[in-house]
Design a protein around this ligand. Structure first.
Ligand SMILES: Cc1cc2nc3c(=O)[nH]c(=O)nc-3n(C[C@H](O)[C@H](O)[C@H](O)COP(=O)(O)OP(=O)(O)OC[C@H]3O[C@@H](n4cnc5c(N)ncnc54)[C@H](O)[C@@H]3O)c2cc1C
Length: 317
């Protein structure tokens, strides 16, 4: 079932959580365990991240530069299918521009369709560690709006090769990312919002936000989106803090603010256990307020940890 229909039919706030594929060499057991501990709370869908290969550029003795892959986290398509078929819960695999050519993306989408996966979250991805700016693959997409357009074209049966035989349309519900505190590369909020609107105009059905810790930031963002004519559902992203160092790590990685009140409470924590209590409590208060304000869904960033998610959904729903 498509996420947009699930949201429309629910008539109340629902919730989903985001998981990472297992590390290479492991099986999906830990992931299944996380899901099983949350199934009783009736998550309506599950997001599954995608990670591009990490590469390094190494200078050789003859002065030539070679590109070497140093880290891989594959498996999103396989794990997404496995979860969806095992638990009967729709899975939303994330698909990236970064690291993929348009042709590889087309193949992924064909595979997802075979596997009866009808939902994707279309993202650009970040630049590589050693790149200052994001660089698309040769014959890849430079921004998420182009990726959304490719998926929308497939929905009309338009494949990359115009003369392709059997160009059956592939039907997907498309989610995209939004940034209540602005994407770190955008020069200002207006331009970032204009780019977000391009993604919706290209065919995105809904938006999921980056994590935020002050609900007012989300409410203001929704208002700004509506003002410029973005009408699709905007799903808030909630991250329960579970480690003390996330006080400094999260703002650095995601370009978001931690409100002073939360920062003070986390600063008082002696260890990660204390920090997880503070983080969970904060996420509960945030989520209760969002539900009271009739948000369509809560997107909970779990990073594979289910205890705090359990506490949140128990307290909120
Ligand atoms: C809910 C969520 C899930 C995520 N999941 C993953 C994941 O699984 N794997 C992963 O690697 N990353 C993930 N990310 C991170 C995401 O890939 C990064 O934030 C990335 O830097 C931007 O992706 P985007 O899709 O928002 O890009 P875009 O929409 O392309 O925007 C990126 C930047 O380019 C600008 N821009 C957009 N369009 C144009 C244009 N046409 N011309 C010029 N500038 C433009 C925007 O203003 C913005 O500054 C996720 C983020 C969110 C919020």
């Amino acid at each position: 079932m498509k996420i947009i229909d699930i949201i429309k039919n629910a008539g109340k706030t629902i919730f989903s959580f985001e998981l990472l594929p297992p590390l290479k060499g492991n099986d999906a057991g830990k992931l299944y365990h996380t899901i099983e501990s949350l199934v009783e709370f009736d998550p309506k869908y599950i997001n599954l991240t995608t990670h591009r290969d990490e590469v390094e550029f190494k200078e050789m003795p003859d002065g030539s530069i070679v590109k070497r892959t140093v880290r891989k986290r594959p498996g999103t398509v396989a794990i997404a299918a496995s979860i969806q078929h095992k638990y009967g819960i729709p899975v939303v695999p994330h698909i990236l521009c970064g690291g993929f050519t348009k042709s590889e993306t087309e193949h992924v989408l064909i595979d997802l369709n075979f596997l009866e996966i009808k939902n994707v979250l279309a993202l650009r991805g970040d630049g590589l560690k050693n790149q200052h700016v994001f660089q698309a693959e040769k014959n890849g997409h430079s921004n998420a709006n182009h990726l959304v357009q490719q998926i929308s074209d497939l929905k009309k049966g338009k494949y990359l090769e115009e003369d392709l035989k059997n160009s059956t349309p592939l039907d997907f519900c498309i989610g995209v990312a939004g940034y209540p505190e602005k994407h770190f590369e955008a020069p200002n909020m207006e331009q970032d919002l204009a780019h977000l609107k391009q993604k919706v105009e290209a065919g995105a059905d809904y938006i999921v936000t980056q994590m935020f810790f002050d609900n007012q930031v989300y409410y203001d963002f929704v208002k700004q989106c509506r003002r410029i004519g973005i009408t699709v559902p905007i799903i808030p992203g909630i991250k329960p803090i579970n480690l003390k160092n996330q006080l400094t790590v999260l703002p650095k990685i995601f370009s978001i603010d931690i409100p002073q009140e939360l920062a003070i409470e986390l600063g008082k924590c002696k260890n990660n256990e204390d920090a997880a209590k503070v983080g969970t409590e904060w996420a509960i208060v945030q989520s209760k307020d969002l539900v009271a304000n009739h948000v369509p869904s809560l997107h909970i960033y779990t990073y594979g940890i289910s205890d705090n998610v359990k506490e949140i959904v128990k307290a909120v729903f």
